[in-house]
Ligand binder design. Structure first.
Ligand SMILES: NC(=O)c1ccc[n+]([C@@H]2O[C@H](COP(=O)([O-])OP(=O)(O)OC[C@H]3O[C@@H](n4cnc5c(N)ncnc54)[C@H](OP(=O)(O)O)[C@@H]3O)[C@@H](O)[C@H]2O)c1
Length: 288
Protein backbone atom coordinates (compact mmCIF):
# COMPACT_ATOMS: atom_id res chain seq x y z
CA UNK A 1 0.00 0.00 0.00
CA UNK A 2 1.22 3.48 -0.86
CA UNK A 3 1.52 5.72 2.19
CA UNK A 4 2.35 9.29 1.30
CA UNK A 5 4.49 11.72 3.28
CA UNK A 6 4.80 15.39 2.34
CA UNK A 7 7.82 17.29 3.65
CA UNK A 8 7.02 20.97 3.16
CA UNK A 9 3.22 21.20 3.02
CA UNK A 10 3.28 24.72 1.59
CA UNK A 11 1.54 25.95 -1.56
CA UNK A 12 2.59 23.02 -3.72
CA UNK A 13 2.89 20.37 -0.99
CA UNK A 14 -0.52 21.04 0.51
CA UNK A 15 -2.17 21.19 -2.93
CA UNK A 16 -0.50 17.89 -3.82
CA UNK A 17 -1.75 16.40 -0.56
CA UNK A 18 -5.32 17.44 -1.43
CA UNK A 19 -5.02 15.88 -4.89
CA UNK A 20 -3.54 12.65 -3.52
CA UNK A 21 -6.28 12.34 -0.90
CA UNK A 22 -9.01 13.07 -3.46
CA UNK A 23 -7.62 10.20 -5.57
CA UNK A 24 -7.85 7.78 -2.67
CA UNK A 25 -4.25 7.76 -1.48
CA UNK A 26 -3.46 7.61 2.19
CA UNK A 27 -1.58 10.67 3.44
CA UNK A 28 0.22 9.58 6.57
CA UNK A 29 2.40 12.54 7.53
CA UNK A 30 3.16 16.16 6.73
CA UNK A 31 5.68 18.68 8.00
CA UNK A 32 6.31 22.42 7.62
CA UNK A 33 9.14 24.57 8.99
CA UNK A 34 6.84 26.46 11.39
CA UNK A 35 4.21 25.13 13.78
CA UNK A 36 1.48 27.62 12.75
CA UNK A 37 1.97 26.76 9.09
CA UNK A 38 1.84 23.01 9.82
CA UNK A 39 -1.35 23.50 11.85
CA UNK A 40 -2.94 25.39 8.95
CA UNK A 41 -1.91 22.68 6.44
CA UNK A 42 -3.17 19.84 8.63
CA UNK A 43 -6.55 21.63 8.90
CA UNK A 44 -6.72 22.04 5.12
CA UNK A 45 -5.77 18.40 4.62
CA UNK A 46 -8.11 17.23 7.36
CA UNK A 47 -5.31 15.43 9.21
CA UNK A 48 -5.46 15.01 12.98
CA UNK A 49 -1.79 15.95 13.45
CA UNK A 50 1.51 16.85 11.85
CA UNK A 51 5.15 16.12 12.58
CA UNK A 52 7.46 18.89 13.67
CA UNK A 53 10.58 17.13 12.39
CA UNK A 54 10.98 15.61 8.90
CA UNK A 55 13.05 12.83 10.51
CA UNK A 56 9.96 11.75 12.47
CA UNK A 57 7.69 11.96 9.43
CA UNK A 58 9.61 9.82 6.92
CA UNK A 59 9.25 6.50 8.75
CA UNK A 60 5.44 6.93 8.48
CA UNK A 61 5.31 6.31 4.73
CA UNK A 62 6.92 4.77 1.67
CA UNK A 63 6.34 7.61 -0.84
CA UNK A 64 8.12 10.77 0.29
CA UNK A 65 7.51 14.07 -1.52
CA UNK A 66 10.02 16.83 -0.73
CA UNK A 67 8.24 20.13 -1.46
CA UNK A 68 10.47 22.60 0.40
CA UNK A 69 12.05 25.66 -1.29
CA UNK A 70 14.90 24.74 -3.66
CA UNK A 71 17.59 26.11 -1.32
CA UNK A 72 16.37 23.84 1.50
CA UNK A 73 16.40 20.55 -0.43
CA UNK A 74 20.09 19.65 0.00
CA UNK A 75 20.22 20.36 3.77
CA UNK A 76 16.96 18.44 4.26
CA UNK A 77 18.25 15.46 2.27
CA UNK A 78 21.44 15.46 4.39
CA UNK A 79 19.27 15.38 7.53
CA UNK A 80 17.09 12.57 6.15
CA UNK A 81 20.11 10.48 5.21
CA UNK A 82 20.87 10.17 8.93
CA UNK A 83 17.48 8.53 9.61
CA UNK A 84 18.04 4.84 10.20
CA UNK A 85 15.17 3.20 8.32
CA UNK A 86 14.93 0.80 5.41
CA UNK A 87 15.32 3.19 2.48
CA UNK A 88 15.20 0.38 -0.08
CA UNK A 89 11.40 0.17 0.23
CA UNK A 90 10.97 3.94 -0.20
CA UNK A 91 10.46 6.23 -3.17
CA UNK A 92 11.61 9.83 -2.75
CA UNK A 93 10.61 12.69 -5.07
CA UNK A 94 11.61 16.35 -5.04
CA UNK A 95 9.53 19.00 -6.79
CA UNK A 96 12.05 21.63 -7.87
CA UNK A 97 11.80 22.72 -11.50
CA UNK A 98 15.49 23.52 -11.65
CA UNK A 99 17.28 20.88 -9.58
CA UNK A 100 17.62 17.35 -10.89
CA UNK A 101 17.15 14.10 -8.99
CA UNK A 102 20.92 14.12 -8.32
CA UNK A 103 20.19 16.21 -5.17
CA UNK A 104 18.61 13.04 -3.80
CA UNK A 105 21.82 11.03 -4.31
CA UNK A 106 22.54 10.58 -0.54
CA UNK A 107 19.18 8.77 -0.19
CA UNK A 108 19.72 6.80 -3.39
CA UNK A 109 23.01 5.56 -1.91
CA UNK A 110 20.99 4.22 1.03
CA UNK A 111 18.73 2.27 -1.35
CA UNK A 112 15.85 4.69 -2.02
CA UNK A 113 14.43 5.01 -5.54
CA UNK A 114 14.54 8.72 -6.42
CA UNK A 115 13.24 11.12 -9.07
CA UNK A 116 12.29 14.71 -9.59
CA UNK A 117 8.58 15.36 -9.97
CA UNK A 118 7.79 18.82 -11.30
CA UNK A 119 4.25 19.94 -12.12
CA UNK A 120 4.07 22.48 -14.97
CA UNK A 121 1.45 24.49 -13.14
CA UNK A 122 1.43 27.33 -10.64
CA UNK A 123 0.00 26.87 -7.15
CA UNK A 124 -0.52 30.25 -5.52
CA UNK A 125 -2.24 28.97 -2.36
CA UNK A 126 -2.23 25.93 -0.12
CA UNK A 127 -5.90 25.22 -0.71
CA UNK A 128 -5.70 24.72 -4.48
CA UNK A 129 -8.46 22.24 -5.39
CA UNK A 130 -7.57 18.85 -6.93
CA UNK A 131 -9.16 19.95 -10.24
CA UNK A 132 -6.13 22.23 -10.71
CA UNK A 133 -4.09 19.08 -11.45
CA UNK A 134 -6.43 17.84 -14.16
CA UNK A 135 -4.67 17.47 -17.52
CA UNK A 136 -1.54 19.33 -16.42
CA UNK A 137 1.87 17.88 -17.28
CA UNK A 138 4.31 16.65 -14.67
CA UNK A 139 7.92 16.13 -15.70
CA UNK A 140 9.92 13.25 -14.30
CA UNK A 141 13.60 12.39 -14.36
CA UNK A 142 15.53 9.96 -12.21
CA UNK A 143 15.46 6.23 -11.45
CA UNK A 144 13.45 4.00 -13.75
CA UNK A 145 11.47 2.43 -10.91
CA UNK A 146 10.72 5.82 -9.31
CA UNK A 147 9.49 7.12 -12.67
CA UNK A 148 7.27 4.08 -13.24
CA UNK A 149 5.71 4.43 -9.79
CA UNK A 150 5.21 8.18 -10.26
CA UNK A 151 3.50 7.66 -13.62
CA UNK A 152 0.77 5.66 -11.92
CA UNK A 153 0.23 8.35 -9.27
CA UNK A 154 0.22 11.13 -11.87
CA UNK A 155 -2.39 9.37 -13.99
CA UNK A 156 -4.56 8.70 -10.97
CA UNK A 157 -4.64 12.38 -9.99
CA UNK A 158 -5.67 13.24 -13.56
CA UNK A 159 -2.35 14.69 -14.74
CA UNK A 160 -0.03 13.61 -17.55
CA UNK A 161 3.60 12.44 -17.10
CA UNK A 162 6.50 13.55 -19.30
CA UNK A 163 10.02 12.15 -19.03
CA UNK A 164 12.81 14.71 -19.12
CA UNK A 165 16.59 14.45 -19.59
CA UNK A 166 18.17 15.69 -16.33
CA UNK A 167 20.83 17.62 -18.29
CA UNK A 168 18.11 19.89 -19.70
CA UNK A 169 16.40 20.87 -16.46
CA UNK A 170 17.68 24.48 -16.32
CA UNK A 171 16.60 25.14 -19.91
CA UNK A 172 13.28 23.40 -19.28
CA UNK A 173 12.63 25.49 -16.17
CA UNK A 174 13.62 28.73 -17.93
CA UNK A 175 10.99 27.93 -20.58
CA UNK A 176 8.33 27.32 -17.92
CA UNK A 177 9.28 30.62 -16.23
CA UNK A 178 8.95 32.49 -19.52
CA UNK A 179 5.46 31.08 -20.08
CA UNK A 180 4.23 31.79 -16.56
CA UNK A 181 6.26 34.34 -14.58
CA UNK A 182 7.24 36.48 -17.59
CA UNK A 183 3.66 36.51 -18.80
CA UNK A 184 2.57 37.96 -15.46
CA UNK A 185 5.34 40.60 -15.65
CA UNK A 186 4.36 41.47 -19.20
CA UNK A 187 0.72 41.96 -18.30
CA UNK A 188 1.72 44.06 -15.30
CA UNK A 189 3.81 46.27 -17.62
CA UNK A 190 0.94 46.60 -20.12
CA UNK A 191 -1.41 47.54 -17.29
CA UNK A 192 1.03 50.25 -16.07
CA UNK A 193 1.16 51.68 -19.60
CA UNK A 194 -2.65 51.76 -19.77
CA UNK A 195 -2.57 53.83 -16.59
CA UNK A 196 -0.09 56.22 -18.22
CA UNK A 197 -2.54 56.38 -21.13
CA UNK A 198 -5.20 57.66 -18.70
CA UNK A 199 -7.11 54.58 -17.52
CA UNK A 200 -7.86 54.36 -13.83
CA UNK A 201 -5.60 51.93 -11.95
CA UNK A 202 -8.52 49.67 -11.00
CA UNK A 203 -9.66 49.50 -14.62
CA UNK A 204 -6.30 49.03 -16.33
CA UNK A 205 -5.85 45.35 -15.44
CA UNK A 206 -9.57 44.58 -15.80
CA UNK A 207 -9.55 46.01 -19.35
CA UNK A 208 -6.74 43.67 -20.33
CA UNK A 209 -8.31 40.46 -19.00
CA UNK A 210 -10.80 39.83 -21.86
CA UNK A 211 -8.02 40.60 -24.37
CA UNK A 212 -5.65 38.12 -22.74
CA UNK A 213 -8.45 35.53 -22.45
CA UNK A 214 -9.36 35.97 -26.11
CA UNK A 215 -5.73 35.60 -27.17
CA UNK A 216 -5.37 32.49 -25.04
CA UNK A 217 -8.51 30.99 -26.59
CA UNK A 218 -7.05 31.55 -30.07
CA UNK A 219 -3.78 29.98 -29.02
CA UNK A 220 -5.57 26.92 -27.63
CA UNK A 221 -7.15 26.27 -31.04
CA UNK A 222 -4.12 26.90 -33.24
CA UNK A 223 -0.35 27.29 -33.52
CA UNK A 224 1.36 30.52 -32.33
CA UNK A 225 1.83 31.62 -35.98
CA UNK A 226 -1.87 31.14 -36.70
CA UNK A 227 -2.97 32.77 -33.45
CA UNK A 228 -0.93 35.94 -33.98
CA UNK A 229 -2.92 39.10 -34.70
CA UNK A 230 -1.92 42.78 -34.71
CA UNK A 231 0.13 45.21 -36.77
CA UNK A 232 3.25 43.05 -37.23
CA UNK A 233 1.50 40.11 -38.87
CA UNK A 234 -0.52 42.61 -40.96
CA UNK A 235 2.71 44.29 -42.08
CA UNK A 236 1.37 47.61 -40.79
CA UNK A 237 4.56 49.68 -40.64
CA UNK A 238 2.88 52.95 -39.75
CA UNK A 239 1.23 51.52 -36.62
CA UNK A 240 4.46 49.94 -35.39
CA UNK A 241 6.31 53.25 -35.99
CA UNK A 242 3.70 55.18 -33.95
CA UNK A 243 3.88 52.60 -31.12
CA UNK A 244 7.65 52.99 -30.98
CA UNK A 245 7.33 56.78 -30.90
CA UNK A 246 4.84 56.61 -28.03
CA UNK A 247 7.13 54.23 -26.13
CA UNK A 248 10.18 56.54 -26.37
CA UNK A 249 9.40 57.83 -22.86
CA UNK A 250 9.40 54.25 -21.50
CA UNK A 251 12.74 52.73 -22.55
CA UNK A 252 12.25 49.31 -20.91
CA UNK A 253 8.77 48.87 -22.41
CA UNK A 254 10.13 49.99 -25.81
CA UNK A 255 12.97 47.48 -25.66
CA UNK A 256 10.59 44.66 -24.69
CA UNK A 257 8.17 45.71 -27.46
CA UNK A 258 11.03 45.58 -29.98
CA UNK A 259 12.45 42.23 -28.83
CA UNK A 260 9.06 40.54 -28.73
CA UNK A 261 8.18 42.28 -31.99
CA UNK A 262 11.16 40.59 -33.66
CA UNK A 263 9.85 37.22 -32.45
CA UNK A 264 6.40 38.09 -33.79
CA UNK A 265 8.04 38.98 -37.09
CA UNK A 266 9.46 35.45 -37.35
CA UNK A 267 5.93 34.09 -36.88
CA UNK A 268 4.61 36.61 -39.44
CA UNK A 269 7.20 35.38 -41.95
CA UNK A 270 5.88 31.84 -41.47
CA UNK A 271 2.42 33.21 -42.20
CA UNK A 272 3.73 34.57 -45.52
CA UNK A 273 4.37 38.28 -44.82
CA UNK A 274 6.03 39.81 -47.91
CA UNK A 275 9.88 40.06 -47.70
CA UNK A 276 9.79 43.84 -48.30
CA UNK A 277 7.43 44.30 -45.34
CA UNK A 278 9.58 42.00 -43.17
CA UNK A 279 12.70 44.04 -44.00
CA UNK A 280 10.99 47.36 -43.22
CA UNK A 281 9.53 46.14 -39.93
CA UNK A 282 12.82 44.56 -38.89
CA UNK A 283 14.69 47.82 -39.36
CA UNK A 284 12.17 49.65 -37.11
CA UNK A 285 12.22 46.92 -34.52
CA UNK A 286 16.04 46.90 -34.45
CA UNK A 287 16.23 50.70 -34.26
CA UNK A 288 17.78 51.84 -30.93
N1 LIG B 1 4.14 26.83 -5.95
C1 LIG B 1 4.27 26.45 -7.20
O1 LIG B 1 3.58 26.94 -8.09
C2 LIG B 1 5.27 25.38 -7.57
C3 LIG B 1 5.11 24.75 -8.83
C4 LIG B 1 6.01 23.76 -9.19
C5 LIG B 1 7.06 23.42 -8.33
N2 LIG B 1 7.19 24.06 -7.13
C6 LIG B 1 8.30 23.67 -6.24
O2 LIG B 1 7.79 23.26 -4.99
C7 LIG B 1 8.72 23.58 -3.96
C8 LIG B 1 7.99 24.39 -2.90
O3 LIG B 1 7.47 25.56 -3.46
P1 LIG B 1 6.18 26.28 -2.82
O4 LIG B 1 5.83 27.37 -3.77
O5 LIG B 1 5.18 25.29 -2.42
O6 LIG B 1 6.85 26.94 -1.51
P2 LIG B 1 6.15 27.34 -0.14
O7 LIG B 1 4.73 27.66 -0.33
O8 LIG B 1 7.04 28.37 0.47
O9 LIG B 1 6.22 26.00 0.74
C9 LIG B 1 7.44 25.51 1.23
C10 LIG B 1 7.16 24.56 2.35
O10 LIG B 1 8.41 24.06 2.85
C11 LIG B 1 8.49 24.29 4.26
N3 LIG B 1 9.90 24.50 4.58
C12 LIG B 1 10.66 25.59 4.32
N4 LIG B 1 11.92 25.39 4.74
C13 LIG B 1 11.95 24.14 5.29
C14 LIG B 1 12.96 23.37 5.89
N5 LIG B 1 14.21 23.84 6.01
N6 LIG B 1 12.63 22.13 6.36
C15 LIG B 1 11.37 21.65 6.24
N7 LIG B 1 10.37 22.35 5.66
C16 LIG B 1 10.66 23.56 5.19
C17 LIG B 1 7.63 25.51 4.49
O11 LIG B 1 7.21 25.60 5.85
P3 LIG B 1 6.60 26.97 6.43
O12 LIG B 1 5.29 27.17 5.72
O13 LIG B 1 6.46 26.69 7.88
O14 LIG B 1 7.59 28.05 6.11
C18 LIG B 1 6.46 25.19 3.55
O15 LIG B 1 5.61 24.23 4.14
C19 LIG B 1 9.88 24.32 -4.63
O16 LIG B 1 10.91 23.40 -4.92
C20 LIG B 1 9.27 24.82 -5.92
O17 LIG B 1 10.24 24.98 -6.95
C21 LIG B 1 6.32 25.03 -6.73
Amino acid sequence: MKKMVILGAGRLGCSLGLALKASGYSLSAITCAHKASAQQSSRILDLPSFYSQPEEAVPQGNFIFICVPDSQIRPLVRKLSRVEIDWSCRFVYQTSGLLSSSVLQPLKKLGARVASFHPIQSFSRKKTPPAHWKDIFITLEGDKEAITAAREIIQRIGARPIKLDSRNKALYHAACSLASNSLVSLISLASDLLEKAGLEKSLALEALKPLVNGTWKNLKKSSPAEALTGPIVRGDLMTVREHLKALKAFPLAREIYQRLGLLALELAEKRGLRPSQVRALRSWLQDK
